[in-house]
Design a protein around this ligand. Structure first.
Ligand code: B12
Length: 210
């Protein structure tokens, strides 16, 4: 639909004023937050990803696009959280050490909140000890690890092992995600689950905490 295309275009152009305006209009018009996310924001960032890969966009433009996405997300975030009235459990989510990519991680976090989970955002470049500390402090049942670089994927295994080695976090389940990951890789490092996108991450979290 054109209205979503306009939003995606605003993200691609890095126009944070327009992305905010369009998002606010959609919200005022009664459009669900999840729909805005899935039909406008995510497709916009997908194009940015593809253009970056093809060297048609460079890092500063990508950052400006990410800022436009965050501006829109600020508007819909409270709605996503409100949508899930039943609290299903606590999830600590973070991007592993050495990795600064947080757009996907933030989306997953928001969708989990929308799905009724309490989400503790550990941030980016998160060391194993911090994941353990946050999981203990929040009594989380689930930890979500994000990695976007092939060089930081192996760090996920270290976090899983560290959680298993600590008596107070050994039963905490770990789900992993990020563009370079696969189910096979997740299995090979002993993760409880893998999801390719934010919506399936919510289904996975529900399934893991049944
Ligand atoms: C945006 C971006 C950046 C931004 C990050 C801004 C930010 N705040 O996040 C900036 C410009 C800072 C950046 C920097 C770098 N980047 Co970069 N970046 C990207 C880009 C274009 C898009 C990533 C993105 O946000 N995608 C959109 C989101 C929505 O998708 P996503 O992250 O995959 O998340 C979804 C799923 O994977 C899943 N998911 C994600 N996390 C989790 C977690 C769980 C638990 C679950 C279940 C699911 C899940 O759900 C999400 C939503 O659907 C990708 C290209 C690409 N196509 O992926 C390169 C890319 C990841 N970057 C790359 C590189 C090389 C770098 C740099 C090393 C560049 C450099 N030379 O400096 C640095 C590294 C910095 C560091 N130490 O981390 C490479 C990685 C190559 C590789 N094989 O490792 C890529 C693939 C580009 C490329 N083709 O070369 N980058």
């Amino acid at each position: 639909m054109a209205k979503y295309q306009d939003l995606a275009d605003a993200i691609i152009a890095g126009d944070n004023i327009k992305s905010k305006e369009i998002t606010q209009k959609l919200v005022d018009g009664g459009v669900q937050a999840v729909e805005i996310l899935n039909e406008g924001l995510v497709p916009g960032m997908d194009v940015v990803g593809a253009k970056f890969k093809a060297n048609e966009m460079y890092i500063p433009e990508v950052l400006i696009a990410a800022r436009a996405m965050h501006a829109a997300m600020d508007i819909i975030k409270p709605m996503l959280s409100d949508a899930g009235a039943v609290m299903r459990g606590t999830v600590v989510i973070g991007t592993v050490q050495g990795d600064l990519h947080d757009i996907g991680k933030n989306l997953v976090g928001m969708m989990l909140e929308g799905g009724g989970f309490t989400v503790v955002d550990a941030g980016v470049d998160v060391a194993s000890e911090k994941f353990i500390e946050q999981a203990k402090g929040s009594k989380a049942q689930l930890v979500g690890l994000s990695a976007l670089l092939t060089t930081t994927m192996p760090v996920m295994k270290d976090v899983i092992n560290a959680l298993k080695a600590d008596p107070s976090t050994k039963n905490v389940k770990v789900m992993v995600g990020g563009a370079p990951l696969t189910q096979e890789y997740a299995d090979s490092i002993g993760a409880a689950g893998y999801a390719p996108d934010a919506s399936s991450a919510v289904d996975l979290a529900k399934q893991l905490l049944l």
